[in-house]
Design a protein around this ligand. Structure first.
Ligand code: GLU
Length: 426
């Protein structure tokens, strides 16, 4: 990926706010590290008759406020430090939106583009076989993330229930609709990003229909963020995405606005747009980094970590007013300092993209009751949660003259530190 280590970024962000909050040494020690980690081999019978062995991880950062919660990523460049950082960010994410869950994350080093559906199924079942004793509805609850889908979740659930000999629909979230999934879960992360953008624009007295945006990534988060933002009247002029056969990314630009209806039919399950077809549809094909140098009001990084760094930040145009982090950890510490100095309004990852886990929490509640809500009900509750979390963070930022990321951290760390203290851990 790059020379940046996301776990060091997550720890540096924590240390800064731990200092501001004057946290006790033991609390800092507890929270700047993960509670436990699993590293394991997953042997998979491949379609060609051979066995391949994949490396899997599950990290629990903290469960003082409730069971661990967080996705499982499939990625060829997955590392334990990335998973550690993502687990830590999940703890803050659940705390900032005030849902009773802790932070965890999992991963497998693999490229699912190169695995058949059967091989992917065996990999999912293999992951669960290794972790079945250590995850569960009351201990640690997985979900989808980069390159994992509702189908992967269902295979994992099926394996878990087979091992334990009973139905545990609350074991995992992001399940398919009709199989324990919640209506609105697929849309939730992307929509949540747009709910908080809407609130930020309201405060700036800018109408969404007078704004433009550029988006990095074209997976689940990006697609639904574009959908809702466009419905609100905004115009996305560029999206970037990974191209599989070329093994590199491109930005696709259309000044009149990218059109989801024409792009989705030419996009694969993993969010790669077919570049030849995109060109036929009149999209200009630009280098990967071009998404960040667009003359727009809003930037939405919704791909991977460390994409806004010391080099790429130099390309951001003065017109940019808001950066809403759909991805986890897209901004490095150095770039974040520049953004803060330039006065760009930052909506930090663990607030901006908390819609996914908030809806996962709703899904668990529904699964445990075995009673499913209407879509409008789910999305209405999601909007309330995201909006009130945004307002709480923004109010604190204004009151204490804090950078938005720091204000979000103050709220989240304070909640988690109090839970640890009240339990008598520190
Ligand atoms: N993977 C998503 C995230 O990073 C969702 C996690 C969940 O639903 O548990 O927030």
């Amino acid at each position: 990926m790059s020379q940046y280590n996301p776990f060091e970024t997550a720890q540096a962000q924590f240390d800064k706010v731990a200092e501001m909050l004057n946290l006790a040494v033991a609390t800092r020690k507890l929270l700047r590290n993960t509670a436990r980690e699993f590293h394991f081999n997953i042997p998979v019978a491949m379609d060609n008759g051979e066995v391949d062995v994949f490396r899997g991880f599950r990290v629990l950062h903290n469960d003082a406020r409730g069971p661990g919660k967080g996705g499982i990523r499939f990625h060829p460049q997955e590392t334990i430090d990335t998973v550690r950082a993502l687990a830590m960010w999940m703890t803050w994410k659940c705390a900032v939106v005030d849902i009773p869950l802790g932070g965890g994350k999992g991963g497998v080093i693999c490229d699912p583009h190169n695995l058949s559906p059967r091989e992917q199924e065996r990999l999912c079942r293999g992951w669960v076989r290794q972790m079945a004793k250590h995850v569960g509805p009351l201990s640690d609850v997985p979900a989808p993330d980069v390159m994992t889908s509702a189908q992967h979740m269902l295979w994992m659930l099926d394996e878990y229930e087979t091992i334990h000999g009973a139905k545990y629909p609350g074991f995992i979230t992001g399940k398919p609709i009709g199989m324990g999934g919640s209506l609105g879960r697929t849309e939730a992360t992307g929509y949540g990003v747009v709910f908080v953008i809407r609130e930020a624009l309201k405060d700036m007295d800018i109408r969404p229909e007078d704004t433009t945006a550029s988006v990095q990534g074209f997976g689940n988060v990006a697609q639904y963020a574009i959908q809702l933002y466009t419905q609100m009247g905004g115009k996305v002029i560029a999206v970037s995405c990974w191209d599989q056969p070329d093994s590199k990314a491109y930005t696709y630009k259309k000044n009149e606005g990218v059109n989801l209806d024409e792009l989705l039919p030419i996009t694969d399950h993993f969010g790669s747009i077919n570049k030849d077809k995109a060109r036929e549809l009149g999209y200009e094909q630009l280098p990967a980094e071009a998404w960040i140098e667009q003359d727009v009001d809003i930037l939405i990084p919704a791909a991977l970590e460390n994409e806004i760094n010391q080099e790429s930040i130099q390309k951001v145009k003065p017109r940019v007013k808001i950066i809403a982090e759909g991805a986890n950890g897209p901004t490095t510490i150095e770039a974040d300092e520049i953004i803060q100095k330039q006065g760009i309004f930052m909506i930090p990852d663990f607030l901006a993209n908390a819609g996914g886990v908030t809806c996962s929490y709703f899904e668990q509640v529904q699964s445990n009751m075995n009673y499913y809500w209407e879509k409008d009900d789910v999305l209405g509750r999601l909007d309330n949660k995201m909006t009130s979390a945004f307002i709480a963070v923004y109010d604190l930022a204004k009151k204490k003259k804090l950078y938005m990321r720091d204000a979000a951290y103050v709220i989240a760390i304070d909640r988690v530190a109090s839970a640890c203290k009240n339990r008598g851990w520190v």
